[in-house]
Design a protein around this ligand. Structure first.
Ligand code: ADP
Length: 414
């Protein structure tokens, strides 16, 4: 019954005062004071203490009490039918924090709960339990951020709010909504964005610092040394070229992001396109001593796409195969256009291969197996991220298979 609960809460709160008064009464009895007078005074003291005790937030009882549950449950069917349709986890609690209802999303996120059980049986977070007590005590909404580590890391904004059913609602029939807004994805994107800005700034700062250093040297110690100046100017040109490559790649990525949801609709024949890419890479292939061998079918191999973007995809993949797989001396490019099967382009090198743990991360921006190796080969770490973006827009897949010591095979499946 509500008044017994309230009395128990007050006795708990005033426990020290009650014990102290009992002790004083015992001492008075031992000292020979009249027993009836002591008892009368003691009872008066207890009544005064309990009368003036105000339950604080933490003392709002949190044990399930059957009657409350029953009373509030009668109001529940309409509310729960509405909440069942929501895709965010929601629970309805009674005034003693027992769970009256949880929707399917809540069941999925936190496991099934026995209806009528106390919320702490499932959610042990002190933050959520304190917030719930506060909301029950003050009848005002609250929210906190809550993270779960298991089974996977998730971050929620948890909100507790009283359900307003109009004035005169008895305390025992009040109920409360606990909702969980999952912000894990927003957090992940925020982190990616700030990592990206940090990486891009770092990549630009390195050549900038080197340019600055050489300019200062040319203005100072090498002022009258034409041979040193010439050498330094060569390095400066390399650094400036590296910066402009990086800026070009960054611009490419941001342009692709802008139109990522628009699927290209031009018919592109991959046979001449691959021939064109091979020709444009001949100077690089000759420099590194690699031969590019094309294996093309007879006739056309048409896909829906954007010609320039597809050139960029195959340039990146063939250039990587020449740069990182140069020990094998040959890069094979296979174009398959079999009846009833998806069009596929596979680029195979016989280089050192990529250790398995790196393969899933290759298309992340600035991810490189070896930063030094990539820099020495004029890489920016953005090539495969651009490839992935373009292929996503083309509804095509990139499949990477690599074996250390044997080589790497990148397949584009349309
Ligand atoms: P980068 O500009 O550094 O070449 P990419 O995004 O094109 O950047 O490639 C990311 C990384 O993947 C490279 O730094 C390299 O470590 C690895 N990689 C890509 N292609 C190959 C390949 N054919 N063989 C071995 N490693 C490769």
């Amino acid at each position: 019954m509500p008044w017994t609960r309230s009395l128990i809460a007050r006795i708990r709160q005033e426990r020290p005062v009650l014990l102290m008064s009992l002790l004083i009464a015992l001492i008075a009895l031992a000292a020979g004071v009249n027993g009836w007078a002591v008892l009368g005074l003691w009872v008066a003291l207890i009544i005064t203490a309990l009368w003036h005790a105000t339950p604080v937030a933490n003392e709002v009882p949190l044990e399930p009490v059957g009657e409350d549950v029953e009373a509030a449950r009668s109001l529940l069917p309409e509310v729960s039918a509405t909440l069942a349709a929501l895709d965010i986890p929601v629970m309805v609690l009674s005034g003693d924090a027992s769970v009256l209802y949880q929707n399917r999303a809540a069941e999925k996120a936190f496991g099934e709960m026995t209806i009528g059980a106390h919320i702490s049986a499932r959610l042990r977070s002190p933050g959520i339990l304190d917030m719930m007590r506060e909301t029950i005590a003050t009848n005002a909404p609250n929210q906190i951020e809550h993270s779960e580590r298991l089974p996977s890391e998730r971050v929620y904004i948890v909100r507790s709010a009283p359900v307003d059913l109009g004035d005169g609602q008895p305390t025992s029939e009040r109920f409360f909504v606990l909702s969980f807004r999952d912000i894990s994805e927003v957090r992940r994107i925020d982190r990616m964005r700030s990592d990206f800005v940090a990486n891009a700034s770092h990549e630009l700062r390195t050549p900038l610092a080197s340019l600055r250093g050489f300019i200062e040297t040319i203005q100072g110690p090498a002022k009258n040394d034409p041979r040193a100046q010439e050498r330094f100017l060569g390095i400066m040109l390399d650094q400036a070229t590296r910066m402009s490559r990086l800026v070009d790649d960054l611009l490419s990525l941001s342009r692709l992001e802008l139109k990522s949801h628009i699927a290209p609709d031009e018919k592109v024949d991959l046979v001449p396109l691959l021939g064109h890419v091979k020709d444009s890479l001949m100077p690089l292939a000759n420099d590194v001593g690699v031969e590019i061998a094309l294996h093309l079918p007879d006739g056309k191999a048409e896909v829906l796409g954007d010609r320039d973007e597809l050139v960029q995809v195959f340039e990146n993949l063939m250039e990587n195969a020449c740069k990182y797989g140069q020990e094998g001396k040959t890069v094979d490019v296979f174009l398959r256009n079999n009846q009833g099967q998806p069009v596929e382009v596979t680029i195979v090198d016989q280089g050192p291969g990529i250790p398995a743990e790196h393969v899933p991360r290759l298309t992340e921006r600035f991810y490189r197996v070896s930063i030094e190796d990539s820099r020495s080969k004029k890489g920016t770490g953005l090539g495969l991220a651009i490839v992935k973006h373009i292929l996503t827009r083309h509804r095509a897949r990139l499949i990477v298979k690599s074996e250390v010591g044997t080589g790497t095979r990148f397949t584009v499946r349309f």
